[in-house]
Every structure is written in structure tokens, then in C-alpha cells.
Design a protein. Structure first.
Length: 163
């Protein structure tokens, strides 16, 4: 059933666990973006934990699509998978793309096209409307390669199950 609102999260990249995110974010990012990331003196460990989406997973009310680059130096794969598993265990609609040759963001054109195709299908499924089902064989192949079966992920302890 489509969601009545268009406030559906399609997460391309971003923080999943604040404490680990602060540890894994390159130091230069903290100097460049203190308003967004804060400085080590700005926040206590409790404040960081309170902001972590993993600790607020029960507050997520909309279906979620997460696209993640396996080589992301800022957001570790395990953090994305924790969110996916937690939502799946709640019986919540969640879809997960994991591109093994990407970092923080998708830079390879075929990965971007596959992510866009997945996003279009996700939005059509959860918001309603049309989507273009036909994609090039290369994009279809890549989409199949990066789509993780969340049922397998949630029961396997971390193995990437493909659909």
C-alpha cells in the first residue's frame, strides 16, 4: 500500500551510528564542518548516543532504501547493516544496496544508474505511480549484483545475500 506522504527516506549515504561515525570520519571533515559534525568538545558520549539513528530505530515510520558503498571511509558497512537488520526485525519495509567498488557516494556511472533504477522502483512501490521497468542489460546485471536480500542478511549474521 502506498504511503500517503512523500516523506520517504532514500538514504544514499550518511550517518548511521554517531559514535562510530565520529571515530571513522577523517579529522579534516571535523575542521571543515564543525557546525554539522561538531567538535570533540561539543558533545558528550551520551549526546552522541542519543542522536544515533540506531538508537532511534523505533521512531522510523516510513519505508527505507539504503544505498551504501562498501569502501566508505566515513560510514562503515556494519552501521548500515545494523539499521537494515533492526528495521527488518521489526517487520518494517527496508531495502539495501551495497556496491563493493564504491566509497562515500556512488561514483561509477553503472552503479548510479542501478541505484536510480532501484530508487524509482522503491518510490513507485511505496508512494505509487509509474516507474520505468526496462533498463539496459548492464544496469540490470549491476542492480542484481548490488541488491542485498535483507531476509538473508538478517538471519545470517552479516553475509550479503543477493536477490
Amino acid at each position: 500500500m502506498p504511503v500517503a506522504s512523500c516523506q520517504l527516506p532514500v538514504k544514499k549515504e550518511g550517518r548511521k551510528g554517531e559514535r562510530n561515525g565520529r571515530r571513522s570520519t577523517p579529522h579534516a571533515d571535523h575542521r571543515v564542518c564543525p557546525a554539522r559534525l561538531g567538535t570533540p568538545a561539543d558533545r558528550s558520549a551520551n549526546d552522541v548516543e542519543e542522536r544515533s539513528p540506531l538508537n532511534r530505530v523505533d521512531a522510523i515510520r516510513r519505508p527505507l532504501l539504503i544505498g551504501h558503498g562498501a569502501n566508505d571511509p566515513r560510514v562503515k558497512k556494519a552501521e548500515s547493516e545494523q539499521i537494515v537488520k533492526a528495521l527488518h526485525q521489526r517487520g518494517f519495509p527496508v531495502e539495501y544496496l551495497l556496491a563493493p567498488n564504491e566509497g562515500h557516494g556512488f561514483a561509477h556511472p553503472v552503479n548510479n544508474l542501478a541505484r536510480m533504477a532501484a530508487t524509482e522502483r522503491f518510490l513507485a512501490r511505496h508512494v505509487g505511480g509509474r516507474c520505468q521497468e526496462a533498463v539496459s542489460p548492464e544496469v540490470a546485471r549491476r542492480l542484481a549484483e548490488i541488491t542485498v536480500d535483507v531476509n538473508t542478511l538478517a538471519t545470517s549474521g552479516g553475509d550479503r545475500g543477493r536477490v
